[in-house]
Design a binder for this molecule. Structure first.
Ligand code: HEC
Length: 337
């Protein structure tokens, strides 16, 4: 407890104010707390919620519904970034569980298509099941609303062995979410009680210096979980040269409101939809000036990459920099440049 990072303590303190302390450290959410009901995974397997998914594990739990057009795809893409960073533990000590908040509509098949758009490795289970059972699980985790769109966009972190549970935000810096997850493991904690600042990678704040493009910070936080520039398709298409390929006005409308564009049956978007199954670019609340900043960033970035590719000597060093910026991390990029 003493060694918890400051960010976690703050989250715990805020939550104990909000929820009467239900999810603060030390509370025992264990065998007798969670419904041990049967749930169905994205692969159609029937498992017991507590016995098979929680018992003896460190877990990161998120709440989604597959028809969600705003935050759930972004939340899930950010968890993908965390999972990329904990490859050494995922499926071994740390497990991710994404629970639907819309069990009436989210069949295992829909959960599978959604899951596959984000991650195909071990250690991450997407679950649905009988509506009453799923709602009971959600309620125990703090999601009491019956309306899917009202669900919390928080994540819950827990260690069933120690009984420590906390809430966190998938929109915090990815490094901090990674540390908060790792910090659930007392063995890891033993070796890592350095201050958070010392643990954060040195590249962390690179994107925040003022001489950078204004769209860059926005891109890193909101778009990079799904898109790269010049590194390859990820959850969404690679955006290298998209400003050349597409009309400026179309790009602006796409960034500001892809949901409306889709409703209008835009043929370019229909083509992209066919290529990227299981996930749709969400509505992210971008204003016209955000969109302009982002487009300008994408144009500058593409031009920089074209320059670098014209000078093979420098390519290696700068590629690494690109990867760090695009993904919040240096490795585990699924596609090749
Ligand atoms: C949850 C994942 C996700 C996030 C977050 C996201 N996108 Fe997308 N994006 C997609 C997908 C998937 C597509 C492909 C179209 C579709 O099926 O919706 C796409 C398509 C696009 C396209 C069209 C690409 C082309 O080839 O024409 C642009 C431009 C774009 N996104 C920009 C952005 C920007 C800018 C942001 C950040 C503000 C962003 N996206 C955030 C998933 C995402």
């Amino acid at each position: 407890m003493k060694r918890w990072p400051v960010a976690m303590l703050t989250v715990a303190a805020v939550l104990s104010a909000l929820c009467g302390g239900a999810a603060t450290a030390g509370s025992r959410w264990g065998k007798d707390y969670f419904p041990n009901v049967e749930v169905v995974t994205q692969n159609g397997e029937r498992v017991r919620f507590y016995d098979d998914l929680i018992k003896g594990k460190i877990v990161l739990i998120s709440f989604i519904f597959t028809s969600c057009t705003d935050l759930c795809p972004l939340t899930t893409a950010r968890i993908t970034q965390v999972v990329d960073r904990i490859q050494d533990q995922i499926g071994k000590t740390i497990f991710v569980v994404s629970i639907t908040v819309d069990p009436e509509n989210d069949t295992p098949e829909k959960m599978k298509a959604f899951a596959d758009a984000f991650y195909k490795g071990p250690g991450w289970t997407f679950i649905t099941g009988k509506p009453d059972d799923i709602r009971a699980i959600n309620a125990k985790l703090g999601n009491k609303s019956d309306v899917a769109t009202d669900h919390r966009n928080e994540i819950v972190l827990g260690n069933d062995n120690t009984g420590e549970w906390a809430r966190n935000s998938p929109f915090a810096d990815i490094e901090n979410v990674e540390l908060a997850v790792r910090d659930m493991d007392p063995a890891w904690r033993e070796g890592h009680f350095a201050p958070m600042a010392a643990l954060a990678p040195a590249t962390d704040h690179q994107g925040l210096t003022l001489d950078r493009e204004p769209g860059q910070v926005l891109f890193k936080k909101i778009c990079a979980p799904c898109h790269t520039v010049g590194v390859g398709d990820r959850i969404g298409p690679d955006l290298l040269d998209v400003t050349v390929k597409r009309d400026q006005e179309w790009l602006k409308r796409m960034i500001m409101n892809p949901v409306r564009l889709r409703a209008e049956k835009d043929p370019t978007l229909a083509e992209l939809d066919a290529r990227f199954q299981g996930v749709r670019m969400p509505y992210l609340g971008m204003s016209a000036s955000d969109a302009t900043d982002l487009i300008s960033y994408l144009a500058t970035k593409s031009a920089e990459i074209a320059d670098l590719r014209a000078q093979p000597e420098a390519t290696h060093v700068h590629r690494h920099d690109d990867a760090a910026e695009n993904h919040d991390h240096g490795g585990m990029v699924p596609s090749n440049p």
